[in-house]
Structure formats: C-alpha cells, structure tokens
Design a protein around this ligand. Structure first.
Ligand code: BGC
Length: 613
C-alpha cells in the first residue's frame, strides 16, 4: 500500500480514566528552568494577546489544507506542518521547500504581534521529505549500532539539512519501545529495550537541538508517541497493532515506556507528541493523568504538547467535545490538520462559555511562547527566514559519509558459514540479485519522500548494487538479474531481499514470512551452484527459517537509507560488522511475536551479532 494520501486518515475512535501517579524513586524534574526561565518575557507577550490570537498559537494546520496562505496571519497561527505527502506546490526540490517555508514565515511576521511560526516536518531519518537530502538508516538500524555519538552526529546533520530549508521543527525522535515486531512502526523505534531507546533518544535530541535551541542550526525536537505506542495488543488496533490499546499496569508503563520521556525531558526536549493509541482503553490525547499529572506535574516537562495528526477526531463525542477533552487534559497545540477554522471557532466558544478555562489556554500559549523564545524566534534582531548559505552542504558528500558510517555500524551479521564473508575482491564473478539490490526506495523504506515511501527511485543515493560494483577490484565482474537467473558460472551470489516500503498502519502484518519471490531468488542461485550471501533489507526481523539452511551468510541491513556503500564496505571487509541486534529475532514456530508471550520463540536474542574471524 504505497502513496496512500494523508487526507484519508483523519480518523475516529473511543475513551475513560484511572488512578494517581507516584514517581518510582521520587525524582524531580531534571530540566527545571529550561523553558520557564523565559516566563517573564512570555507573559509580557501573552498580556498583549487577544483570545483569538492565543487560540491561533495553539493551532497547527497541514499546509495542504490552508485555504489561503494569508490565514497564517489572519488567524495568528502558531505553526504549520508539512505532513507526509505535503510537498511544495512548485515541486519537490530544495529551492521550492525553502521558498515555501519563507512564504509562510513571512506571512506570520505580518500578523499583529509578528510571532514567527514553528514549522514542523517528519525529519525522522534525515530531512526525508526533500529530494536530495541525505537519508540515514531508520532508527532500528541505529539501535543495532548502539553508538550515541554517531546518533548525535546524524541528528546534527539532519538539523542542518532541515534548517537549510528554513524549517525549524522535527517530529523526532521516536522513542517508542516496540514490543511486537508485527507493528508497522517497529523500524521507527531504536530497540525493544528501554535503556537503548533512552540513550539513543537523548543523543538524537542533543543532535537536533544542539547545545542550545537558539543555535541557528538547531531544530526543535519532539519525543513521540507518548506513551506505550509500541506496547499495544494485537487485534486492538484497526489494522492489528497500530493505534491500538496497551493493556499494561502502571508499573510496567513506567518501567518500559516512560524512560525515553524522562531522559529526553532531562535533555531539554521542547515538544512531545501524545500517541494515537490508548492506555487501558483511554486515548492518550484525552488523558489528564498522562498529559498533565505525569508529564507536566510529576516529570516537570516545561515544553509543549502537540497532538498527533487529527488525533482529536478519535476521541468520543462531537468535535467540540473532543477539543474540550483534549485541551483540558493538557494538550497545548493541535495538529488539526484540516478543519482549522472550525477548530479555532469551537475553542473560542469553549473558552467563552468557560468549558475550557482561560487559565488552561494561557498555560498552553505560555508554553508555546517560551519554546519560541528559547529558539531565538522572538529576537527581533534575528530573521526567522531560511539561511540559504546552508544549501551548499545540503546532501553533501560530507553528510553522506556520516550516513555511510551509520550504515556500516548498523549491519548485523547473523550467519557466516565457512567464513564466506568478507568477500574477496578477487572472487571472479559475483552475481547480484533480489528486488532490493538496485532499489533506492526499498532501501530507504517508509517516510522517504512519500509518507508510505515508494519502491523505485524516490530520491538520490547509491543503491547496494551500485555500491558493490564500485567496491570490487579490477579483474572481477558483477552481473545482475532481479530474480536470480543467469547466475551460472559465478561462484558467489548476493541476494538483496526483504520488505517493500510502508509506514504506520500499512505496515502491520499478522505474520512475518519472506515473500515467495525472495525465497525463489535464493533457491534459484543455489540451484546454479553459487554460495549465497543474503542481505536482508527490512523494517524488522523477519522469519528466515525457510532460507537459513540455504544461505551461506546472512546480514541484516535494516532500512539503510541512501548510502548503499556502507553495505558494500562490510561485505568486502573494508569495515568489520559490529552491529548487535536491538530486537530479538523470531523463530518460525512462534505463535506470537509479542515479547513476553508464552508462544514467542526466538532464533537470536538481543545483543546477538557475529564478528569476522
Ligand atoms: C504520525 C506522526 C507524525 C504525524 C505528522 C502521524 O500520522 O503518527 O508520527 O509525526 O503524522 O506527519
């Protein structure tokens, strides 16, 4: 299911509530003062604002739904987003993105109080909506690299490329802790292990927000999706797991799903996105206990909350009631994303009637303004428009070199019979095959140029086939057939197989078998007498029992992104494999894939990963 338009997914759903929170170790907020130090200045601005202007700051439409670009100033909007598939009208290129951002930002500067926008995008593995940006491995690969310095470096490059287009807010990092790899968002999570998620989540925040949010190269980060998005039960979501229900007690919630938030709050993350999913039947976006009591009061989060895309529509009641519930629960800004005029009118009605206290609205706006001040946006001496000198390094070889390093470090060697790897550079002829060998889109996965990603050539980079071709020595030959035919005569085959791109609910799968065509490729090469290296490109571990006996070597490459050279570096031994699984690997006979279920059997455990001997 590719290229499904975002417009169809502004959905509907259910909710209720539970008990009081106690911090396990009584720890107070670590980042105290991070944003509240700007209270005085923010209050000064707040005092000048009308109710309508306050509500405008709390409103975030998707730019695709803006009826008129001047609405940014007319309604004093606080933010605009480009959701997946929300490219500039003039085309998907660096200049068009920059012009588009500047266009909206200039309009915001024309609002009565000249408050600049925070403009949001899903820069989740590089500035991945923009053709030509460097695309990093998805988080699952970085989780196997287990290298916080590298994650921070990658996030710094992402922030620099995002700022090249002027954009100043990334809906990242995803600090989900996926407990069931059938989930279509497994690859957005670093690991099933909260400690790895916590460490790498902090590294990502540090890289995106840099030492100070007012660094012109920093972008506002957003930890998501709060909370237990990766802990849902199979069957509780419409497509299986996504947006479903996490049936866990509070102790488990705090042990597994909270550390990513506690740690990124301490690292100064300025925004957090509540999850579409429910915790014991209560939508996170409706839970005062989760949003206000736990996050703001207990953990001392001083930034602001941004709802997920159309998430309020899933709450019970009319649109007006949905808004009332969520804002009163503690939501500060709403990713509407379509009916923003209706949202603004209804919230004004609610405030006038007293159903949403003005004090709650003031708190929300204060939080938004404090973050804007921290970002340097209210500094009149600085322009919030794009710094186009950054175009020079956008998608540059230097940036790609870091992504290539991320790829090398993320690969996990699962099998290496007879030390087939590393391949000799004088191995005669190598036959490369498989649907993903020469497929940039498959290699990048979902959230790449399109919301759902796209098989084929959505952006610029080096495919694994091209990388293999440039890695071999002279006197060696590489041949290619997608299906593994015409391999006879080669000694070694490399089959690059796995999953095609998907995102969110479209990636939920009840079983995790390999595609028949992938199994066929390996069988075909084996029947022609080759020793076969399997490079598995996928957003999660897949059931490989069927091919394991036939494959001489298996490398899990995850969704490596635009720099296929990193794969060739490891295959030919320029770099050794160092990646260790950040998820357990299922055994075919499993009757469940949910960690902790009695039917869950594993082939390899977290931490597994062979080295070259
Ligand atoms: C996703 C979020 C994303 C948002 C904006 C939602 O569907 O759940 O992760 O940030 O869309 O595109």
């Amino acid at each position: 299911m590719m290229n499904v338009s975002r417009r169809h997914f502004v959905a509907a759903g259910a909710a209720a509530l539970g008990a009081a929170f106690l911090m396990e170790d009584g720890r107070a907020a670590v980042a105290a003062g991070r944003f509240s130090q700007y209270d005085k200045q923010a209050r000064g601005i707040l005092a000048q604002m009308s109710l309508a202007e306050k509500i405008g700051q709390m409103t975030q439409p998707d730019k695709n739904y803006l009826k008129n670009p001047d609405d940014v100033a007319n309604y004093s909007l606080g933010s605009v987003l480009s959701g997946g598939d929300s490219d500039p009208k003039s085309g998907n290129d660096l200049i068009s993105w920059t012009d588009m951002y500047d266009g909206y930002q200039e309009r915001a500067l024309h609002s009565r109080l000249h408050i600049p926008l925070v403009y949001g995008v899903d820069a989740v593995h590089g500035h991945n909506n923009v053709i030509g940006a460097v695309i990093f491995p998805h988080n699952i690969g970085l989780g196997c690299a287990r290298n916080p310095e590298l994650v921070e470096k990658a996030a710094r490059i992402t922030s620099e490329e995002v700022r090249a287009t002027g954009i100043n807010w990334a809906f990242a990092p995803c600090v989900a802790v996926p407990q069931d790899i059938r989930w279509g968002r497994t690859y957005e999570g670093f690991s099933q292990d909260p400690d790895i998620v916590k460490t790498l989540g902090v590294a990502a925040v540090k890289g995106l927000q840099r030492a100070s949010l007012d660094d012109p190269l920093a972008v506002l980060a957003c930890s998501k999706h709060y909370i237990a998005d990766g802990g849902t039960k199979w069957g509780s979501g419409k497509t299986g797991l996504d947006q479903g229900d996490a049936e866990v007690d509070e102790t488990t919630l705090r042990r597994i799903f909270l550390p990513g938030y506690t740690a990124t709050i301490a690292a100064g993350v300025g925004s957090i996105m509540p999850s579409y999913s429910t915790w014991n039947g209560v939508r996170c976006s409706a839970s005062k206990k989760l949003l206000t009591d736990l996050l703001k009061n207990e953990l001392g989060f001083e930034g602001f909350l941004i709802s997920d895309y159309g998430a309020l529509n899933q709450l019970p009641g009319t649109y007006k009631q949905q808004i009332q519930t969520s804002i009163n629960a503690g939501m500060d800004m709403v990713m509407v994303p379509d009916k923003y005029v209706e949202f603004i009118d209804l919230l004004r009605e609610l405030a006038t009637e007293g159903s949403v206290p003005v004090s709650r609205i003031d708190d929300a706006v204060l939080r938004i303004l404090r973050v804007k001040i921290a970002m340097g946006l209210m500094d009149r001496k600085r322009s919030p428009l794009a710094d186009r000198s950054l175009h020079r390094t956008f998608g540059s070889p230097e940036h790609r070199a870091v992504a290539r390093d991320c790829v090398r470090q993320s690969l996990v060697l699962l099998k290496n019979e007879g030390n087939l790897l590393p391949l000799s550079k004088s191995a005669g002829r190598i036959h490369v095959s498989g649907k993903t060998a020469d497929n940039m889109g498959n290699q990048c996965g979902g959230w790449t140029i399109f919301w759902q990603g796209k098989t084929g050539e959505p952006t610029i980079g080096t495919t694994i086939l091209t990388a293999i071709r440039s890695a071999i020595g002279s006197g060696m030959k590489v041949t290619f057939s997608e299906d593994g035919s015409n391999a006879m005569g080669a000694k070694i085959g490399i089959a690059v197989i796995g999953e095609k791109p998907y995102a969110e609910m479209f990636g939920d799968r009840s079983e995790l078998r390999l595609d028949n065509e992938d199994v066929g490729v390996i069988a075909r090469m084996k029947s022609q007498g080759l020793r076969v290296v399997v490079v598995l490109v996928s957003g999660r571990p897949l059931v490989i029992d069927e091919i394991l006996p036939h494959a001489d070597a298996v490398v899990a490459a995850w969704l490596p992104g635009s720099e296929g050279d990193g794969v060739a570096d490891v295959l030919f031994g320029a770099n050794k494999p160092t990646g260790k699984l950040s998820f357990s690997w299922p055994k075919g006979a499993s009757t469940s894939f949910h960690i902790g279920d009695s039917g869950y059997r594993t082939l390899f455990n977290p931490g597994y990963g062979l080295a070259y001997s």
